[in-house]
Design a protein around this ligand. Structure first.
Ligand code: 6MZ
Ligand code: ZN
Length: 370
């Protein structure tokens, strides 16, 4: 169950009500840098995809799988089996293209100006889908959405799953390099999946090849407790960003703080997957007060029933962030995108226009009144 955000004196004074805060967050231009395609598929899109398949038993299984997880999840490991069912819905190129277009549309409607979608190229013997045809189906969706939702710029990150072998990861990286050169839309790679599967040694050659080819690298790191050696070895590959960083030991934290490696923060994901007990206990607060680069992200908005605007609103209500703070958070994210310098210049101008048109005051440092 999602934790309910209580109204409080700060929120009332700074925004009026939670709804007023949410509408400010929707209006604010935002950058989403950590969104897994198959986890981001909304209920509406999933239902449409299932309808197209014409398999009522799948609809039933999908609904009960999600509900079962929401009611009984007690640890992060409970989350990954959900995808067995979701992948039945997206087991062909047409579904992947449709899911991509719909998901981009939803982020765009939520005020996301720049989106980095990520997904694991996944062959399917039954439907003949290959890693390449999978990635191309996403690119087709991105190209189509650039016409229907021109206000949102979209780039793609190909994910390596921790359950894959070194060879399989190298194949994905080679595909990413090829598609980067061909389309300019693939900008990086990610490492995701169950944190206790595989080891950094398995993935290091693929990460190295990606970096050498000019791809950017983001890695899920320290998402659960007691994986310090793996986290340490992953950090040695010098990722450009990391995801979560929930359980960084002192050594890893020092490494990240001194290298100023940005951390993708997924509040609702961490609370619902039970790696963080409550929003108020989230490590975002400590990172903010150390002025470490962070980016608010959704992770899997479809499964978690959230949106990026809500993540901003939750951060504001929990850590007493004013309009200027939220603007500063979203503006800073521009500097951490994997897109080109030209892309960053365009985004910087957009943020400046918003600031001027909306009377955003001078930022004076994070509110430490919490
Ligand atoms: C909640 N925290 C998380 N931690 C680690 N990996 C996650 C994740 N959320 C999602 N994924 C990864 O993303 C895949 C689904 O999207 P794609 O099929 O790639 O589009 C999942 O199979 C999992 O490997
Ligand atoms: Zn993730």
């Amino acid at each position: 169950m999602k934790e309910k955000i209580e109204s409080n004196a700060f929120l009332t004074e700074a925004y009026g009500s939670y709804d007023d805060l949410l509408s400010f967050c929707k209006h604010l231009p935002k950058i989403e840098l950590h969104a897994h395609l198959n986890g981001s598929i909304s209920k509406e899109t999933a239902i449409q995809l299932i309808d197209r398949k014409g398999d009522p038993s799948l609809a039933q299984r999908w609904a009960s799988t999600l509900e079962g997880w929401a009611n009984a999840a007690s640890k992060l490991d409970d989350f990954f089996p959900l995808f067995k069912c979701i992948y039945e819905i997206t087991n062909n190129e047409e579904a992947i293209t449709y899911a991509t277009i719909q998901t981009i549309g939803e982020f765009s409607d939520d005020g996301v100006t720049y989106l980095e979608l990520r997904s694991t190229p996944r062959p399917n013997l039954g439907t003949g889908m290959t890693k390449a045809s999978y990635a191309n189906a996403i690119l087709k969706g991105i190209q189509s959405a650039s016409k229907s939702h021109p206000s949102t710029t979209v780039r793609l990150i190909l994910s390596l799953d921790r359950r894959e072998s070194t060879e399989s990861c190298l194949d994905t990286v080679d595909l990413a390099i090829q598609l980067k050169n061909k389309t300019g839309l693939v900008v990086g790679i990610d490492l995701c999946g169950p944190p206790t599967d595989g080891t950094a040694v398995v993935f290091a050659p693929a990460i190295k090849r990606a970096k050498e080819s000019g791809l950017k690298v983001t890695l899920h790191a320290a998402e659960i407790q007691n994986i310090d050696t793996d986290t340490q070895n992953l950090l040695l590959t010098s990722p450009d960003r990391i995801g979560h960083g929930t359980f960084l030991n002192t050594h890893a934290k020092t490494h990240l703080l001194t290298s100023s490696t940005p951390i993708e923060i997924c509040l609702t994901s961490n609370v619902l997957c039970k790696t963080v007990e409550t929003y108020a206990q989230h490590h975002l607060q400590g990172l903010l007060f150390q002025d470490h680069p962070v980016i608010l992200c959704t992770d899997d908005k479809g499964v978690f029933g959230s949106s990026l605007s809500e993540e901003y609103a939750i951060a504001a209500a929990t850590f007493q962030l004013r309009k200027e703070d939220l603007y500063e958070l979203s503006r800073r994210a521009v500097e951490f995108v994997f897109g080109s310098e030209e892309c960053k210049r365009t985004l910087r101008n957009e943020w400046e226009r918003f600031r001027q048109n909306n009377g955003i005051g001078k930022w004076t440092g994070w509110n430490r009144g919490v």
